[in-house]
Design a protein around this ligand. Structure first.
Ligand SMILES: Nc1ncnc2c1ncn2[C@@H]1O[C@H](COP(=O)(O)OP(=O)(O)OP(=O)(O)O)[C@@H](O)[C@H]1O
Ligand SMILES: [Mg+2]
Length: 321
């Protein structure tokens, strides 16, 4: 649990990766945690990404941090993410721990397989990024039970209102596993490759981050509902139906799969809104550098939004066809 706003001023820069990620929607850089971090919850000598908000939305980094807290409450794997700042210049951002160790595993973003399997795939905007192809590919590399993991992510995205799970905002981790001598001889290969979903990262285009408080503080229940119902995943239905899946519609769509429906309902039932309220209070109270605090108004709005989304998700999954 985060107990202080982390100062990364003395964290060594990661030159190799900073050079590899010069661009992006938001200014970001990678760095290493110290050998003996001041915070117990920070993994020592470990690569982290420090990501500031887009200029237009200065409070956006909070969305990524709160999304991580929601992932914990929902039982979804996301990289740990904390509020941090650089005391040399006062810049604030979200600090996320790297989700794999170089050499042990490699990250393969979904954009890579889409690029291979969809002719003329639009890598820039991902206009053909669709759940049918995701499903087929995931079945192939992970087996049929992957659908539970994948739809847990889609529920998470619905709950936070994530509109940006594009083809390079999720993917797989690959690990080479040495085969026994006899198997290796039979297969003519020394290694097998084990696949798993990477933790679901880049969760900050969510939780109403683009709304200014002057706007959301005036919203009544009907306006809030309209906003939620307009929300869409990045993913499309299929190559033949390139419409983006609505957040709410996605749940109507998956509920015909009885097993997934039961799992998603269980996750929602176990989702503890009181615990979310306590997390938000703790984050509001975190002593912050000038201009970096999570305002009470935003925290309350995020609570209201998430509470309503959880209700609508539950209603949709319970509706009779
Ligand atoms: N915690 C992490 N562990 C490992 N890799 C990460 C982590 N965070 C980000 N990355 C890598 O860095 C890339 C950029 O990070 P991220 O997607 O968070 O930034 P962004 O600027 O919001 O990207 P976008 O272009 O989607 O807006 C990711 O696509 C991923 O490959
Ligand atoms: Mg990204």
């Amino acid at each position: 649990m985060q107990t202080d706003f982390i100062d990364i001023a003395d964290w060594p820069d990661d030159d190799e990766f900073s050079a590899a990620y010069p661009e992006g929607a938001r200014p970001k850089r990678t760095l290493f945690s110290p050998l003996t971090p001041d915070q117990k919850y920070i993994k020592p000598d470990w690569r982290h990404m420090f990501k500031r908000s887009a200029e237009r939305y200065p409070e956006q980094f909070w969305a990524e941090i709160i999304a991580y807290e929601i992932s914990l409450l929902l039982g979804i794997s996301a990289p740990p993410c904390y509020a941090a700042f650089d005391s040399r210049n006062g810049q604030c951002g979200a600090l996320s721990a790297w989700f794999y160790k170089d050499g042990d595993e490699s990250f393969y973003s979904a954009g890579n397989f889409f690029h291979k399997i969809v002719p003329g795939f639009d890598r820039e905007r991902g206009t053909q990024h669709n759940i049918v192809d995701c499903d087929e590919f995931n079945n192939r590399v992970l087996g049929k039970d992957q659908i539970y993991g994948f739809w847990s992510m889609l529920l998470f995205d619905m709950l936070i209102g994530n509109t940006d799970r594009h083809q390079d905002n999720w993917g797989h981790l690959l690990k080479a596993v040495q085969l026994s001598k006899s198997v290796a001889r039979r297969r003519g290969d020394k290694f097998d490759v084990k696949w798993r979903f990477a933790p679901w990262f880049d969760n900050g285009t969510s939780l109403g981050h683009e709304l200014l408080s002057e706007k959301f503080s005036r919203w009544d229940a009907a306006t809030l509902d309209r906003y939620i119902r307009r929300g869409k995943h990045h993913m499309r239905y299929s190559r033949d139906n390139l419409e983006r899946m609505g957040h709410i519609e996605s749940l109507s769509f998956i509920k015909s799969h009885a097993g997934v429906r039961v799992l998603l309902l269980k996750r929602l039932r176990d989702f503890d809104l009181n615990a979310l309220g306590a997390v938000l209070e703790r984050l509001v109270d975190l002593p912050a550098p000038a201009g970096g605090n999570l305002t009470k108004a935003r925290a309350e709005f995020i609570f209201r939004l998430t509470q309503r989304r959880a209700q609508l998700a539950m209603e949709t999954l319970n509706e009779r066809n």
